[in-house]
Design a protein around this ligand. Sequence first.
Ligand code: SF4
Length: 596
Amino acid sequence: MSNLNDFLKEYSPILYNCERPSRYIGGEFLSTKKDFSANRTKILLAFPDKYEIGISNFGHKILYHIINQKEDMLADRIYAPEKDFLELLNKYNKPLYSLDNKKPMQDFDLIGFALQYEMSYTTILKMLEMGSISVLSCNRKEGEPIIFAGGPCAYNPNPLSDFIDLFLIGDGEEVVVEVANLYKKIKHLKRSEILEKLSEIEGVYSPVYSPKRGKVKKRISPLAFEDHPVSSPIPHSQSVHDRATVEIRRGCGRLCRFCQSAHTNLPIRERKKDDIIKLAKQYIKNTGYDEYSLLSLSSNDHGKIEEIIEELNKHFKGTDVSVSLPSQRADRFSVKLGQLIHGIRKGTVTIAPEAGSQRMRNVINKNLDENQIISATLASVENGWDKIKFYFIIGLPFEKEEDLEEIAKLLEKINQKCKEAGYKLPKITCSISTFVPKPFTPFSVCSQNPPDKIKSKISYLRQKSAHLKNVKLNFHNPIISQFEAFLTRGDKKVCNFIYELYKKGSYLESWEENVNYDTYYKTAEECGLDINIETAKEYSYDAELPWDVIDAGVNKEWLKNEFSKAQKAESTIPCETKCSNCGVCNNFKTKKSLDA
Ligand code: SF4
């Protein structure tokens, strides 16, 4: 399609008849449209979820910004359409197209999928099909785009290794540019030669070529100032996070033993205070947003968080601009911080004790005690926050019945302390998820509780907290958590399962209402796999693990030792305070950088 008019002429019957056409028209304020015909390497950034989720993803925004800054490259975007739109594309025999340039997926040199969560795997396959691209990489012909993928789930590439040509492991800022630069030089070669050469770049895993060469090391970005976006496409319709975002820190040294992001994003890299302030001011100026988020796995762990907010508050005084901290540590939540983030719109304060008893908090290495949780809650209520959200996980390794009861007791104590202080009881929402053993964590080898066991734990918790009228318990679906565990630790046999699910019509399954549980269990059985057995399985650190093809930097011996410490309910001091020799700094000749 040569221009917008041609596009509208061709696609208007589809756009007129679909729900929320704003998801499919592109051209948002601050989106980038470069000349497609020029001699540029064309990269399509694909997000296998709906527009309103994908357009908010910060990783996508970073890559879109970095690639489009390069004169000889072009980045465009595509998100997973709703089923009604797919049906209309089929009806009118039209391919799925990119949002900025309105080009079919086939017209791109490279297509990169974001692997944020396991339940999006079948959506990737369907998007490839709708773009008329061979779903199986072994069937891709000369001239078809190179399909790459990166993000948290790339740390175990096995389940998608039949569909993705190349996985980018770790931080994508530098490696995506290196891939595009090399591609430009070698694009005249045969497809197999291109893939072989691209897989020689550090941080690139090819299911075909890398296993012959040994483990692929993750990439670590220095978080260069110019790599951070200061604008991004403003969504036409409501999105999940419609605000300016400044990433203040990558990595988390707390090293909770269930948390994959903490272990795969080491070492901690803290952005300098002055850079954060510049980025926030510029982002707000460029976009007109009235809210900015200071993003990190644990935002108030930044050494200068209070100074940063204080200075930005001064700068935005008299405007409607307010700050949000997406994730906070209870032990770092002070009355002063509460006052500083006491914005115009008072949202919800989020605190993540993860476990109710001190023993369990030691098992998971939360480094948080009850007084700290209660003090953070009281400080929030004192500052006028009347809604508090708590995160808990159940089904954790070494959990006992009394640990569950302690969750209810902790909530009871919080209510009691609020009453003693003369405060009105806050509305408390507890988001309670099921433990999922993730690769590259000390708990990766652990068995997961089956859904029936989790359901009885849920009933027990409901019964124990029924008298707390200001507390609402929200549980994540334990069956979905079981599917996540099955996929996240899967080996190559899981590829066939994903392929069969896709052929049966699985799509947009990150939305629970789209998941057919029976189809999952039945398809696994047909593929010779048993989801219940696989997820209940205990792995051993002494054996080869499916994700051992990747080197995330953390030593296996260290992970094994952390697991033994968990058994004894012993904590490890956070990396911010003292190095526990996890291996990352030595193995990657790097070090943590704090804005001290
Ligand atoms: S080696 Fe030490 S300083 Fe480096 S990431 Fe690991 S614990 Fe932190």
